[in-house]
Ligand binder design. Structure first.
Ligand code: ADP
Ligand code: AMP
Length: 213
């Protein structure tokens, strides 16, 4: 089992880069998407998580780690995973190391996407997503080809409830406090590679593909 981690603040473009990596055969795991799925299904976990997500806070480490554990334990040992939005705290990173070790898995790359805060706010307030297939758009930087509908599914695009300027600024603060320490954690393991994510989408994608070989 092999893992690539996309590390970066909300809005850096992790989901957008993942779209092209999925075409290369990676299994995309977004913990945010897994949680939103539970919100749509109105499970007790989803309803509890929604309150925290809408407030720009993290859901508890044990909830997220247990979702990942179940998923990996049910997967083929040959699978290549792309983690988007996980791990997000030092505790998650340590638990993830233990989990991978128990499954004979390794982290091959941690790709850090760097992007300034003001660009991020602009990206997230203009983000639109397809509820059916998860495709990510932006009203100005990456608009769908027709109106406000998904190019793949043809259905209306939606705006995430946590993509308001106020919540985005809160999420950036939480990122700086709780996720940014992971950069030194993975640097010490010699796994980090930095990418300038403040470039056109095609260039960011090309740089990530180069890093992954
Ligand atoms: P993340 O998964 O890191 O939260 P997304 O991939 O969802 O970020 O991207 C956030 C928003 O920014 C989306 O609206 C997306 O279309 C847009 N976006 C992503 N990458 C770029 C880029 N390189 N340039 C301009 N806009 C981008
Ligand atoms: P994302 O889709 O990655 O932007 O995540 C949306 C929200 O889901 C975050 O702001 C958190 O509230 C929650 N979330 C996603 N992944 C994690 C994680 N690994 N740990 C804690 N909370 C998470």
């Amino acid at each position: 089992m092999k893992a690539v981690i996309l590390l970066g603040p909300p809005g850096a473009g992790k989901g957008t880069v993942s779209e092209v990596l999925v075409e290369k055969g990676y299994n995309h795991i977004s913990t945010g998407e897994l949680l939103r799925e539970r919100i749509r299904q109105k499970t007790p976990l989803g309803l509890e998580a929604k309150k925290l997500m809408d407030a720009g806070q993290f859901v508890p480490d044990d909830v997220v780690v247990s979702m990942i554990r179940k998923l990996l334990e049910a997967s083929s040992p040959d699978a290549e995973f792309l983690f988007d939005g996980f791990p997000r705290t030092l505790v998650q990173a340590e638990k993830f190391d233990e989990l991978l070790a128990s499954l004979n898995g390794t982290i091959d790359h941690v790709v850090q996407l760097e992007c300034p805060a003001d660009t991020i706010v602009e990206r997230l307030v203009g983000r639109r997503t397809c509820r059916k297939c998860g495709s990510v758009y932006h009203v100005s930087f990456n608009p769908p080809s027709k109106g406000d509908v998904c190019d793949v599914e043809g259905c209306e695009l939606t705006q995430r409830s946590d993509d308001t300027e106020e919540t985005v600024r809160k999420r950036l603060k939480v990122y700086a406090e709780r996720t940014a320490p992971l950069i030194s954690y993975y640097e010490a393991k010699g796994l980090i590679q930095q990418i300038n994510a403040n470039q056109p989408i095609q260039d960011v994608r090309a740089d990530v593909l180069k890093v992954l070989g």
